[in-house]
Design a binder for this molecule. Structure first.
Ligand code: SF4
Length: 640
């Protein structure tokens, strides 16, 4: 089908569906290039609807990088909502790109963002709507190369059967290497296998079909075998030594989307070492942007988009070293412009309230968010988020005193070794915070507790631990629902069955692909949408695939178990994670590694890169070259 036919069918369909602005393209700042004037066409897809996908910063960055190349074009693809999907299937309209309306199957490369696991059935649906064979082994030279990346790709195995190549780590540099490799291959008319082998040579690219998984009799993984010399083991995470200048030319949607703001990443990586946090482990090392670079980007992005809000993004904004300078200069430079600045992920300290007040941000309306994650000091030591209860109450007092009425507190239940008393402590802590608020501002004080259930993730110190069983989660939630009620208190919680899905998929192995495929066949999609999630379909899919879901969630893994993601090197050593897990069992905490390096593995893995970009890179201690070693006595630890 050509773009003119796609446009003709859209003209008929769009008046019949909700929010047609999701499907038209044509927004301010989109890039439309001449299809016939470029060598490589890349479709960048987010496997959920436009409203969510438009806020995905990773895809926006890749779109910009690719479209800066004269011989490449990149266009956007999102999943249609149910009404549009039904209309497209009825009209036999294939999935198409928003910019030129070319069918996705006509592109050379399809890049899919996989930030979280509940997008897996959507990914299959996306391939199906595009008319691309779901299984990578069924694709020929005529089909696009299907590449996926994002945090979920750090355990690529559950989706190994469906994806040609995964990007492990940061995509800014590797994306162009993939395009160049693809081009060379296309010019030579070689079999698809040749392309896959060439891709596997690129640092940070994992081609799952070049590996085979072997299992032991008890169902655990024995090892992953590389089927060719061209397939490296392990596959090391790609990083950029220095963050490139921030993106400023954002596409401005016609309709309301999840975040109508300019997102500027101020810092990447985190040194705090919270043991449950996958992002904190897999995005190391810390790299910061300069205040000047951020300010210039904000200025430029506002001028190019007309947005009135800026999100200064990072995993832990208070850890951005020049945060005070940044806030001060933003206030000076944008005074009188009614700019709304949000600074998510602040630490639990009174300084956070001061910071937010100086930004005069919109949290005064929506509430001030703190994430203690656990309610007792014992539990916060186990998860390595050591904050005292008194410190938390002091911060709460500061927040109420500075004019906020609502504090949102985020917790998780199901941390390792949690007892019902630890859950009761969530109730007690919320009530204690409310009491402080009442004392300071009276009945206007409000505490909203958000309680999710902990899901152990690959590449974290908690990758060995089981997930709470459904009845345990329900008992803990029942206590919270019973006790956390009354004036000034509100509770939000997650459906335990959705938690289990995330848990199955995040630590799944290659066999999980059969379950995902079967669940999709049975009708599972939009699993991240509460109203669409069908737990019964997933249970049947496990049954039909002959797999036991308890194996993936309720089992405490032996310390020496080989994991399905062990051949994917996130640069933090398994030995470090093991030690940290054992420390957690003893309630031992680790300092922020800016204060003391714990030799997590990052430094030796990227030592060459760091030598290549001296003084420009990240916050770990200096790498010692053999010649300078004798002068390096001040370093706190020898990175190993
Ligand atoms: S090498 Fe040291 S300073 Fe760097 S991330 Fe690891 S523990 Fe932190």
């Amino acid at each position: 089908m050509n773009p003119a036919e796609v446009a003709r069918l859209l003209g008929r369909i769009l008046p019949t569906v909700q929010k047609p602005g999701r499907y038209t393209g044509g927004e301010l700042n989109q890039t439309v290039k001449d299809w016939s004037a470029v060598d490589t066409r890349v479709a960048l897809a987010f496997p959920d609807i436009y409203d969510l996908g438009m806020s995905n910063l990773g895809l926006a960055i890749l779109y910009d990088i690719l479209n800066h190349e004269a011989d490449v074009l990149a266009e956007r693809v999102y999943l249609p909502w149910n009404d549009m999907e039904a209309a497209m299937r009825r009209a036999e309209l294939p999935l198409y790109s928003l910019e030129s309306k070319h069918p996705v199957a006509d592109f050379d490369i399809l890049g899919i963002s996989l930030p979280y696991e509940s997008l897996y059935t959507n990914t299959l649906n996306l391939l199906d709507l595009a008319g691309i064979p779901l299984y990578q082994k069924s694709r020929t030279k005529e089909h696009p190369l299907v590449v996926a990346g994002g945090h979920a790709a750090l355990n690529p195995e559950p989706m190994a059967a469906f994806i040609d190549a995964f990007v492990i780590g940061e995509g800014e540099e590797v994306i162009l290497e993939i395009v160049r490799t693809y081009n060379k291959w296309k010019a030579r008319e070689k079999p698809r296998e040749t392309l896959l082998q060439a891709l596997a040579q690129i640092w940070g690219v994992y081609v799952p079909s070049l590996y085979e998984a072997h299992y032991l009799e008890d169902g655990t993984l024995s090892h992953i075998e590389a089927l060719t010399e061209k397939a490296p083991i392990p596959v090391l995470k790609r990083i950029v030594p220095k963050l490139p200048p921030p993106l400023t030319r954002f596409i401005v949607p016609f309709i309301d989307v999840t975040h109508n703001r300019v997102p500027i990443e101020i810092m990447r990586g985190c040194t705090r070492g919270c043991r449950f946090c996958q992002a904190g482990m897999i995005t190391r090392p810390v790299r910061q942007r300069s205040v000047e670079e951020i300010l210039n980007a904000v200025e430029k992005a506002l001028a190019q988009t007309g947005f009135e809000e800026v999100g200064l993004l990072s995993l832990s904004s208070s850890d951005y070293e020049p945060i005070l300078d940044l806030v001060r200069v933003i206030n000076e430079r944008f005074a009188g412009r009614h700019l709304n600045v949000s600074l998510p992920s602040l630490r639990i300290e009174t300084f956070s309230a001061e910071l937010m007040e100086s930004l005069k941000d919109s949290s005064r309306r929506s509430g001030f968010t703190l994430a203690p994650e656990a309610a007792t000091e014992r539990m916060r030591e186990i998860i390595n988020k050591p904050v005292s209860t008194e410190q938390l109450l002091e911060t709460a007092r500061e927040i109420f005193s500075r004019g906020w009425h609502t504090i949102k507190l985020y917790f998780m239940i199901g941390h390792p070794s949690e007892t019902i008393e630890d859950v009761q402590a969530i109730v007690d802590l919320c009530k204690a915070v409310l009491k402080e608020g009442r004392r300071i501002i009276g009945k206007r004080a409000q505490v909203n507790a958000g309680v999710s259930t902990f899901v152990p993730k690959p590449h974290t110190p908690f990758q060995w631990v089981p997930v709470d069983a459904t009845d345990q989660i329900e008992a803990k939630q029942a206590l919270l629902k019973r006790e956390l009620r009354g004036p000034g208190l509100k509770l939000n919680w997650n459906n335990p069955e959705e938690t289990l899905l995330e848990a199955w998929l995040s630590r799944g192995d290659r066999r999980m692909g059969k379950v995902i495929f079967r669940a999709w066949q049975l009708g599972a999609k939009f699993d991240a949408w509460q109203e669409h999630f069908r737990y019964d379909l997933w249970l049947q899919a496990f049954d039909d695939a002959g797999l036991n879901f308890y194996f993936y969630t309720q089992r405490e893994r032996p310390i020496d178990e080989t994991f399905p993601w062990d051949h994917i090197d996130a640069a933090v050593k398994k030995q470090f994670l093991t030690e940290d897990y054992l420390w957690s069992l003893e309630g031992r905490t680790r300092l922020d590694c800016r204060e003391r390096c714990f030799a997590c593995g990052i430094l030796p893995k990227y030592a060459d890169l760091r030598r290549k970009y001296p003084g420009e890179t990240w916050e770990c201690p200096e790498v010692r070259s053999p010649r300078s070693r004798s002068h390096a006595k001040t370093h706190l630890a020898t990175p190993a």
